[in-house]
Structure formats: C-alpha cells, structure tokens
Design a protein around this ligand. Structure first.
Ligand SMILES: Cc1cc2nc3c(=O)[nH]c(=O)nc-3n(C[C@H](O)[C@H](O)[C@H](O)COP(=O)(O)OP(=O)(O)OC[C@H]3O[C@@H](n4cnc5c(N)ncnc54)[C@H](O)[C@@H]3O)c2cc1C
Length: 404
C-alpha cells in the first residue's frame, strides 16, 4: 500500500511500534462474558496511554491528529489479534465522530477524551418498533419543560445498551413539522432515572442488543447535539460514520468467516484439491482484497478533504454481501459441521456462531435494500423513491401507533 503522507521510513517505524506494542499488550485470549467490560476498559485505557486511541481524532480531544494512513497501519496490524474492543465500537465508530462534528466545545472536550480513555461506553438510540429503515417516522417524544427536555417512548435493537453510559438519542421535538424536520439529537445519560434496558436475544442465543424504554426521562437543554429540530442532519452525519465504520471494520484473521480461517477449514475437510471449492475461495479472496482497497481509497479521499458520503453505503453493502458469500462457502466446505459440533469443539461452535450471526450484517446500519436505494439515488443518479409524506406534518401521518 502506498502511503499518502509521511516518508516510507516514518510509516515503517510506526508499523514496527504498533506491532511490538500489540505483541506485548494484546490479551492472550478473549475474556469471558463476565470479564469483558473490565478487560475492554483496561485495554482501551492502555491503547490511549500508548497513543493508539483516536489515531485520526483531533488533539484537543485527546486524539493523535494523524492521517487515516496511520489508522490503516494500526488496523492492518490489529487484524492479527482478537481484541476486546467490541463494547466501544458504537462510541468510537459512530457517536464519537458525530460529537466531534456537531458538538459544542464543552461537549467535545467533555465526552470525547473519556471515550478515548475507555471510561464511557456509548450506544445509538435510533430504531423503534415502527421506525427502522424509515427512521424519520420515529415516535419517541421530547417535550421542553423549563430547562429540561422530558422524554417518553421506546427504542429497539440498541446494541450495547446493556453496558452503555451514554446514548445518542434521536427524538421527536416538534410533531407539527414534517417528519424529517421535527427531530432533535440528544446525548442521553443512560443511568438517568426513567431509562430501562431489557435484553433481546438473537438467533445465535446471545443478547447483543436491547429494547430501551424512557419514562419521563429528564435531559438538560445543553445535552442537545447540533440544533433543536436539526436532528435529521445529525442522524445523517452519524449514519455516514456508521456505514464507513461498518464497511471498514477489519475482522481479526482468526474470525471463522475470514479467508484465512476458511482455507484452514478447507484443509481440515480435505477439499483444497476440489476445483469448485478452490474457485469459491479464490473468489472470496479477490472480494476481500477489493473491499480492503476500496476502504483504503475512502480513507485517503477523506484525508484529502473529500469524505465518502454515499460511498460509505457501497462499503457497507459490499461487506454484508461478502459475509453472505463467506457463509455459503463455509457451508459448502463443512456441510453439517456448521450446525452440529462436539461439546469440546470450540472451533465448531465458533463456526456455527459466525454463521448464525452473519445475517445481521445485512440489516444493522441500514438493510441491503436501503443501501441499494441510497447508491441508486445518490451515486447512480436514478430517480428518487416517491415520498408522498415528506411535506405533511408528522402528527397527520399514519405511522407507528398513529395508524389508529
Ligand atoms: C445486529 C443489529 C444491531 C442493531 N443495532 C442498532 C443500534 O445499535 N441502534 C439502532 O438504533 N438500531 C440498531 N439496529 C436496527 C437496524 O438499524 C434496523 O433493524 C434496520 O434499519 C431495519 O429496520 P427494521 O428492522 O425496522 O426493518 P424494516 O424497516 O421494517 O424493513 C423490513 C424490510 O423491508 C425492507 N424495506 C424497508 N424500506 C424499504 C425501502 N424503502 N425500499 C426497499 N426495501 C425496503 C427492508 O430492507 C427489510 O427487508 C440493529 C439491527 C441489527 C440487526
């Protein structure tokens, strides 16, 4: 990979530093579920102390102020390890960058250094039972009462809410405006009275996400992120960060759905000589490389002052399609071993978990169909979907519980 700034020697030194730091500090194995949060917080704090947290974030919030090429070097090296960073993915990938873009100086310097040091976990409170793809139809209400907003409503599918200290909450502040223009984004203290978090299990049997209820939750006025009734702009900003972050997230090489693991699986099943399996694996390798290079290019363009916008949807969609192809390949190689394994076979269990979890990537962060729409409209210039409800006051729309 060519580096767009800094000398090759500088980058090699940086890579050597990252490599030896990870070798000395990466945990030998993933912590148990009970140990995950303390281990994740300790690792994030160590990353911060070593200067590898917020590599591209501004220095005034505790970041390193380096170009994305350095982030790329770190990500390349970190992919060799399974690191306990999952609790921070929403904060680091989505909420933090949005606070940095839209927050006041107090918000930026108040929240972001704590996030980088691993002190706070964040979640994203957008989706509701009646508002997922069409998130602008959400019904959670925030009503101004003196110097606080009072929030009532429900969110769903909230990843990591069970651990979160803060949430980026999208709520309706003016139902007399059309649906996109009456929303506001808030920073919500997840420990505030009236916030209830209940786990939701997915088909893998784990509970990675939650439902979150708000009963007269009070939020101070200075917790508005961006403008009152400007929440749609804030949401689009965050969704842009989300898609780039999902598309660019490198799975560790040990992940059962990564090329290297699938080649090992093929070896163990004695099918590396089978032309059909070889072709599948070669195709997967090519797709993985293309996506990697696409992500490198997006980072370089961002650095040159041309953020990817709708191209984040291409990365997000490509990542989801790649994962689907990886599942099919695993199924072709291992057959029934992907759904039944001996109790002491950790790899078999990991494979089944990978297969059961993978379909979520076609839904989380906006479904594949929604990404197709964005790419069609904003990149290919195809006609927009008809939006008959765009200019009608929200309270007149037949959506969610307003259907009657
Ligand atoms: C693992 C996981 C983690 C998640 N984490 C979070 C989180 O942390 N915070 C959060 O707020 N949300 C989260 N979500 C929710 C996610 O954003 C929504 O599930 C997603 O946006 C889809 O919304 P929905 O489930 O309501 O489906 P719906 O919007 O009801 O869609 C149902 C089907 O209709 C299709 N469809 C809908 N509209 C269109 C259209 N205009 N054109 C074509 N097809 C369409 C969809 O593609 C889908 O197939 C998570 C979801 C998953 C699976």
């Amino acid at each position: 990979m060519s580096v767009p700034n800094g000398s090759p020697t500088e980058f090699q030194e940086y890579r050597d530093g990252v490599r030896s730091w990870l070798k000395a500090n990466a945990p030998a194995s993933m912590p148990s579920a009970a140990e995950l949060i303390p281990a994740a917080k300790a690792f994030q704090a160590a990353l911060f102390d070593a200067g590898y947290a917020g590599i591209t974030w501004p220095k005034d919030v505790g970041g390193q102020g380096l170009s994305p090429a350095y982030q790329q070097v770190y990500s390349d090296e970190a992919a060799a390890y399974e690191l306990p960073v999952y609790p921070f993915i929403i904060g680091m990938g989505m909420c933090g960058p949005t606070v940095n873009d839209l927050g006041t100086d107090e918000q930026r310097t108040g929240y972001l250094p704590r996030l980088l040091r691993g002190e706070d976990i964040w979640c994203q409170l957008f989706s509701e039972p009646g508002a997922g793809s069409d998130v602008a139809s959400l019904q959670t209400r925030a009503v101004l009462d003196g110097d606080t907003w009072v929030v009532n409503g429900q969110k769903v599918w909230t990843t990591n809410a069970q651990w979160a200290d803060f949430g980026a909450l999208l709520a309706r502040t003016d139902p007399d405006r059309p649906k996109h223009s009456g929303l506001t984004m808030f920073v919500l203290d997840m420990h505030a009275p009236g916030v209830t978090v209940r786990p939701l299990k997915d088909m893998s049997g784990r509970a990675p996400f939650n439902e979150v209820y708000f009963d007269d939750v009070r939020i101070p006025v200075d917790a508005v992120l961006g403008q009152v009734n400007g929440g749609w702009n804030a949401a689009v900003t965050m969704l842009g960060h989300e898609r780039v972050s999902i598309g660019a997230t490198r799975k560790p090489k040990t992940n059962p759905m990564e090329f290297a693991s699938l080649v090992e699986l093929a070896r163990d099943h004695g099918v590396t000589g089978d032309p059909a399996q070889r072709e599948r694996l070669a195709e997967l390798y090519a797709d993985e490389r293309v996506l990697d290079l696409f992500n490198v290019r997006m980072r370089q363009e961002t650095m040159a002052g041309n953020p990817p916008g709708a191209r984040g949807s291409v990365a997000k969609l490509a990542g989801a399609l790649l994962l689907r192809k990886a599942i099919e390949t695993a199924g072709q190689i291992a057959g029934s071993d992907t759904i039944a394994w001996e109790p002491d076979d950790a790899r078999g269990a990991g494979l089944a978990l990978g297969i059961n979890s993978a379909p979520a990537s076609s839904i989380a962060g906006g479904t594949n169909e929604v990404q197709h729409n964005i790419i069609g409209e904003r990149i290919l210039g195809l006609p927009k979907e008809p939006q008959v409800d765009r200019d009608i006051p929200f309270r007149e729309l037949k959506v969610g519980t307003q259907r009657g």
